[in-house]
Write a new protein. Structure first.
Length: 580
């Protein structure tokens, strides 16, 4: 069964005529049987039913439209899946009018008094969305519908379109890595290109650019004109990297600075700050700040300066014409009244084709440039994730053991027991004379030994940062005394006093914790000693019949990985350890 005039959808909507068709679906005018009202009926194309992403987008459009409490969001009357057609559908109010994009194409720009009303209504819709945790993230002239209304105090009524790619603020984090960015490049905020979190400030960015567009009739971005293929690279570079000049400077370059109200630069700058936290917090806050600027600017309409030609005074409702300017926007006769509905921009909203490749290319650069601090934070977290805990004592299951290839590369299981031996503590000790040794601490006493010949030992009583010691070597029968003074905690450089070598120094450094190690397998066991540094536990082990070996244990998240080697094997074995 196909959708055609006379078809009843959802048991209540009789199709009367087709209105539009896009890549995502079809839109029909329909009569609601239960009320007799005319509605707009949107059907998802049957061939897209297998596309989970588009299906979810279609369903979200219906749900979000029903959630937002604003007269400036298209009313969703009903939605469902038709049993006969087998496709999802949405029934909405039917509107008469045109998109803001069509209006700007016809008139060029809008006077401040109309912009003031326009933005109050747009902000009402976007602000209502923000209050229920929804970010539109594709605000642009094509998605702002200027509906004609019956004679009232207002000349028009704005309806915000296409919540199909809207983002719920409380969704888990940023968009998935590698997904195609959603939005329209001319109005897309930097965070939309790099998988950054989407917030209400994302819509504020677009509102700033939209205000510049409707007030001046021109795009803020230099590369926003022309075909997408020719301008995409430059446009993305502007958005992500190039200095953001003030609105008045860009308007001066375009010859339209007289169309911007005073103090617009500060407002615009807060909207298009690359760091979202520097922008207005939401659409309501942005509109509240813009309204007095437009009110003070009044409804006056200045004549445009000439570029070697004559400035032409224009009447309300006409396009702005710069005689002699390189680009003229010719006024057009008003079009006949059009029946247009919510899905007038069907299928629009994703960066498609070659454009995605450009955005994806610059996304990498942008992420690297704007997230250096975040990357360092992640590196520190990853470093911590690889570092050994303060104490790795415990029993571990060897869940994935593999012998070296030279030993048959068979798999095995077993257990590993690590028992801390950190008392007495072990330190590396070195004298300024060049002598190095090892020191052990027990309570308030530390003993040190050094040398390959001559040999020597020292014993110190430790009291805070003072070490009082006696030293003897195998070449002298005399026991010497001296005092070391430095920091508490047995770490750092200590000055040597009251000794034959007064004026020298001793450096004491903690070398790491030691562990007793025991491997138990079904048919054999090994014992050994381990020394833990920050990132690794180095283990020496031996078995009665199997010889000796060495293992290096490193942390990987919640598990540990081991690489080991034994005498008689030419390559390494591997293990995965999981603490019981």
């Amino acid at each position: 069964m196909s959708a055609e005039p006379g078809t009843v959808v959802g048991n209540d909507f009789r199709i009367t005529e087709p209105i539009a068709e896009g890549g995502m679906g079809q839109v029909f005018a329909a009569e609601q049987i239960s009320t007799g009202k005319r509605r707009a009926l949107k059907l998802l194309k049957r061939e897209l039913l297998h596309d989970d992403g588009l299906l979810a987008r279609f369903e979200q459009e219906a749900k979000i439209g029903a959630q937002i409490d604003s007269d400036h969001v298209v009313e969703v009357v009903a939605a469902g899946v038709d049993a006969e057609l087998g496709v999802p559908w949405i029934a909405m109010e039917l509107l008469q009018g045109e998109t803001l994009a069509a209006l700007l194409a016809r008139r060029g720009r809008l006077p401040p008094d109309e912009v003031r009303v326009l933005f109050a209504q747009i902000a009402h819709a976007v602000g209502a969305a923000h209050r229920v945790g929804v970010v539109h993230r594709d605000l642009k002239p094509e998605n702002v519908f200027v509906a004609r209304v019956q004679p009232t105090s207002a000349d028009f009524k704005v309806k915000l379109l296409d919540f199909g790619i809207a983002k719920l603020v409380d969704e888990a984090g940023p968009s998935k890595a590698g997904m195609m960015p959603l939005g329209t490049p001319r109005y897309m905020a930097p965070e939309q290109t790099g998988g950054q979190p989407i917030t209400p400030q994302t819509d504020v960015w677009a509102l700033g650019l939209l205000a510049f567009r409707v007030l001046t009739g021109r795009h803020y971005w230099k590369h926003a004109e022309g075909s997408p293929e020719d301008s995409m690279t430059g446009l993305v570079r502007e958005i992500l990297f190039e200095p953001l000049v003030t609105a008045s400077r860009r308007a001066t370059e375009l010859g339209v600075v007289h169309l911007l109200p005073p103090s617009f630069d500060a407002w615009f700058g807060r909207c298009v700050a690359r760091e979202p936290s520097d922008r207005f917090r939401n659409a309501t806050e942005a509109q509240t700040a813009l309204d007095p600027l437009l009110a003070g600017f009044g409804g006056t309409r200045a004549s445009a300066p000439s570029n070697g030609g004559v400035a032409v005074q224009v009447a309300p409702g006409d396009a702005t014409v710069d005689a002699g300017a390189p680009e003229k926007i010719e006024p057009r006769r008003p079009r006949r009244r059009l029946v247009v509905i919510l899905a007038a921009v069907l299928g629009v909203g994703v960066v498609a084709g070659g454009g995605y490749g450009v955005v994806h290319h610059f996304t990498k650069q942008n992420r690297a440039k704007r997230s250096a601090a975040e990357d360092k934070k992640k590196e520190r977290a990853a470093e911590e994730d690889r570092s050994l805990p303060a104490n790795v004592s415990g029993v571990y299951d060897i869940t994935k053991g593999t012998f070296p290839a030279s030993l048959g590369q068979a798999s095995y299981v077993g257990t590993l027991t690590l028992t801390s031996r950190t008392e007495p503590d072990i330190f590396k000790i070195s004298w300024s004379s060049g002598t190095e040794g090892i020191a052990l601490r027990s309570g308030n006493v530390i003993g040190a030994a050094w040398g390959v010949g001559p040999y020597g030992v020292a014993v110190y009583d430790v009291e805070r940062g003072t070490l009082t010691g006696r030293i003897v070597t195998d070449t002298h029968d005399v026991v010497e005394s001296h005092v070391l003074r430095g920091a508490e905690g047995l770490s750092g450089v200590y000055r040597m006093e009251d000794a034959s070598q007064s004026g020298g120094s001793v450096r004491i450094m903690k070398t790491g914790d030691t562990y007793s190690v025991k491997y138990v397998f079904p048919t054999v066991s090994f014992e050994g000693t381990g020394l833990a540094a920050k990132k690794k536990l180095v283990v020496g082990f031996s078995g009665a019949e199997s010889g000796s070996g060495v293992a290096i244990i490193t942390r990987k998240g919640k598990t540990f990985e081991t690489r080991w080697a034994m005498r008689g094997a030419d390559d390494v074995g591997k293990e995965t350890l999981k603490k019981k």
